[in-house]
Design a protein around this ligand. Sequence first.
Ligand code: ADP
Length: 395
Amino acid sequence: MPARNILVINCGSSSIKFALVNEAHGQFSLSGIAERLGHPEAVLRWQRGGEQDSLMIPSADHRAALAQLLPLVQSAAGGKLHGIGHRVVHGGEHFSNARKIDTQVLEAIRSTAPLAPLHNPANLLGIEAALKLYPALPHVAVFDTAFHQSMPEHAYRYALPDALYRQHGVRRYGFHGTSHRYVSHRAADMAGLSSGDSSWLSAHLGNGCSTCAIVNGQSRDTSMGLTPLEGLAMGTRSGDVDPNLHSHLARALGWNLEQIERVLNQESGLLGLSGLSNDMRSLEQAREQGHAGATLAIEVFCYRLAKSLAAMSCALPQLDGLIFTGGIGENSPLIRSKTVAHLKLLGLALDKEANARCIRGVAGAIQSYGHPRVLVVPTNEERQIALDTLTLLDS
Ligand code: ADP
């Protein structure tokens, strides 16, 4: 059978990220983004074989953008597209695995929207548009939350009245599951261990950041909760704060819910602390030049990350390795070394040269000799979504 092609789609409220994944190749045959959908300046940008191109698609909605994409995909796939994998942020308690999309699955995604009011409706827009444009192809939904459905109840329950969980689904769900799953499998391969018989701490550090404890291929705990705001300090998200902060801001400053949500989700984290940027590259440069806000933001980021990893270690029977991934985890020797410096009690220490070498897609072990394994593993959520889609096509 010739190698198959899967189109992977990740729909936001005004954007569609896409990648055409061939099961035999590591590189995407086509990838890109349609942005500012619904606006006069809507644009489709793509990369194919090292070449970049773009097309203005004024006021295009999700369906119009996908229709523009269709001939590009068909040409890059040589006319042979085998299925579509959709990233869906929140699967609630309905999904612990990827699922072929049918009316029941659509209804379950819709019913989970109250838990992810920004994300699930946008994901549905993309799925519905793609179903209309590609009715003959199998469509698969891959959920960010699904991997974490294996968490034990003591890890996923909040210490809140039982009815809030039973009647309203208030519990910890976790996100970034596709990435934590992908890198933990890769880490086991790199270490010559079986993913079904090994234990990992994983730190996914992109614009959103989370940690995960993975035992024998299953998530046992993770730092994000009911929403992606819980846990680490991130690009613009605060991560954990005192839950009474909300009422304090309302009473002391007269802020309403929208203001509080905006500050915690979009104006906090690295951006809020530094007063400069949510982008770690910019902060590292500013720190070099002595910028106090950037220096503080980096210190808080690394300390909070280390604290979360130490907490996650409670879920492991043993530690086969710590994994760094995501834009920051894959590219920043500084953040990796500052974080590991806080984890001496876990016995962790880095080899300076190996740490410096693992950037820009270079994977590898970076621990110093005789210390527990620390791996840099580039994530590839699109590939994992394509692999999940292929597995369902085969079943
Ligand atoms: P997303 O969560 O949007 O997919 P990424 O995984 O691409 O984000 O990560 C984005 C983050 O990675 C940004 O903070 C960016 O500054 C950081 N990053 C990328 N390259 C480097 C680098 N060389 N050094 C430090 N941080 C980097």
